[in-house]
Design a protein around this ligand. Structure first.
Ligand SMILES: Cc1ncc(COP(=O)(O)O)c(C=O)c1O
Length: 386
């Protein structure tokens, strides 16, 4: 088998090299004009007043919690099926994650499970726009408003996705993005926080730079989470091509979802008609009972056939040792600050049904027509292969 189709590839606009060259020539490696330009473009693209660039998406979440004023031991409701740092970022900031079920059709945070999760200690709800599909923001926002909670959007996987005409990252109190290498656009490593709130933005800018108001004053407990100018130089040129890249990603993903509909062992993910999907993944759910194979075995077999797929979040977060065993700051902190038990002895029905069965087919904009046809053919003939 000669053909190999990658699941993700960083795609350059062409200007990155020139910008990097400028940084190297100027010798200005620290957060500077390129980072600022990137922030301005991102704020305009998302439709918020502010965008604050940081070192990565996990730092974006942690800083947001601090900037919003979360106290140690406070709770943040997160979905149980997502990348781990949605929840580890909460712990890093002294908070306690509370794990909610997922929507059975969309795989995002299930707003119908929020009532079970909310307590006196709840500070915020953190929906994740998983795989690039927006979470059900109206219902989540209504719930948060009625319980006086902040909404932090984890939009790490959803560059340019929109919910009822509004870009994700502009709906909650803050939006957190990641520019890790496999994302729709990348800065190598990087992240950004979006918000309309001037005071939170000011706080975020101070927190990312050692909590300093100026060179001599550490006014609050801050971090060094600044984005370097080299990353900013890549980011500012990447934003310019995001819409074109997303457009191609959408075309490829929609084609895969449509052409591969109807197989009994594999279902394309549901896409609501009021969203614009960013298709970080072209997501499909494997039905092991119909196929007699697990999601992992499908992933392995496809790889042997030269089709690389995404197959992640195969353990619910509530079963991860870091949470299950309260492995915080080499002690039970921050759980020790919380009056609730949080033994995470959970088995949430939708999570348990889905976990281990999700795969993402190759959908990046560099795929050729022959690659796409090969992926479709391989999936269609899959049952004869095994
Ligand atoms: C849903 C989600 N949240 C948070 C993150 C963390 O972003 P980063 O890897 O840039 O720290 C990721 C990362 O890849 C993610 O997919």
């Amino acid at each position: 088998m000669d053909r190999h189709v990658d699941v993700a590839e960083p795609i350059l606009s062409g200007e990155e090299k020139e910008n990097i060259d400028d940084v190297l020539t100027s010798g200005r490696f620290l957060q500077g004009p390129f980072v600022e330009e990137f922030e301005e473009k991102w704020a305009e693209y998302i439709g918020t007043e502010h965008a604050i660039a940081v070192t990565n998406g996990t730092a974006a979440i942690q800083l947001s919690l601090k900037a919003l004023g979360m106290e140690p031991g406070s709770e943040v409701i997160v979905p149980s099926l997502t990348f781990g740092s949605t929840a580890t970022a909460v712990v890093h900031q002294g908070g306690v994650p509370v794990f909610a079920d997922i929507d059975r059709e969309l795989y995002t945070l299930d707003h119908l499970d929020l009532e079970r999760c909310v307590t006196e200690e709840t500070f915020a709800v953190m929906p994740v726009h998983l795989y690039g599909h927006p979470a059900e923001m109206d219902e989540i926002q209504d719930f948060a408003d009625s319980h006086d909670l902040y909404v932090i959007e984890d939009a790490a996987q959803a560059h340019g996705a929109a919910y009822k005409q509004r870009k994700v990252g502009s709906i909650g109190d803050v939006g957190c993005f990641s520019f890790y290498a496999t994302k729709n656009i990348t800065t190598g490593e990087g992240g950004i926080v979006t918000t309309d709130n001037d005071a939170i933005a000011k706080n975020l800018r101070m927190l990312r730079s050692h909590g300093m108001a100026n060179r001599d004053n550490h006014v609050t407990l801050g971090y060094n989470y600044r984005m370097s100018e080299l990353n900013g130089a890549i980011g500012t040129s990447q934003v310019d091509c995001l819409d074109d890249l997303n457009h191609r990603r959408q075309e490829i993903s929609e084609r895969l979802l449509t052409e591969l509909d109807g197989l009994d062992w594999l279902s394309p993910a549901t896409v609501r008609d009021y969203v614009e999907h960013a298709y970080f993944w072209a997501p499909f759910e494997v039905h092991p009972d119909k196929l007699g194979m697990t999601g992992k075995e499908v992933w392995d077999t496809l790889r042997e056939q030269g089709v690389e797929t995404r197959h992640r979040y195969n353990v619910p977060l509530y079963d991860q040792p870091v949470f299950e065993n309260h492995r915080g700051f080499n002690s039970e902190f921050p759980w020790s600050m919380n009056p609730n038990t949080h033994d995470y002895d959970l088995s949430l029905p939708h999570v348990e049904e889905v976990v281990g069965n999700m795969i993402g087919l190759p959908n990046h904009p560099n795929l050729t027509e022959a690659d796409i046809e090969y992926v479709i053919e391989t999936i269609r003939s899959f049952e004869q292969l095994v």
